[in-house]
Design a protein around this ligand. Sequence first.
Ligand code: SF4
Length: 118
Amino acid sequence: MANKGLLLCVCQGNCPSFQKMNIFEVGNAIRRDRLIDYMAIHPQLCSKDGDVFLTSLLKGNSTDELYIGACDPTMQTKMFRDAFEAAGFDMDHLHAVEIRNMDTEQTVAAIEKVIKGE
Ligand code: SF4
């Protein structure tokens, strides 16, 4: 069974695009549904320490599929490339999910849809 991780990032919690959701409840709902093996919230994944976090998390770790709920998926792919490369994690196993301008329920649904491959 594939090991699945979920990371959530909402621009330090003060960006207007993420004000309608409760990010803790988003993670909790998906956790409760047992769709992932671990989840974490990071304040700013595209920052320098975000890179360090991603590389540290994925290096030698057993994550098979990584889901990231955050900003635009194309942006995510560009911003996280170096950190993934440093960790030896294949970009094809990143599932970037756009969660901007959604409420809690919509965010949970958007992420769960991608995890379930619907
Ligand atoms: S990764 Fe995206 S959502 Fe997270 S802080 Fe950077 S721009 Fe904002």
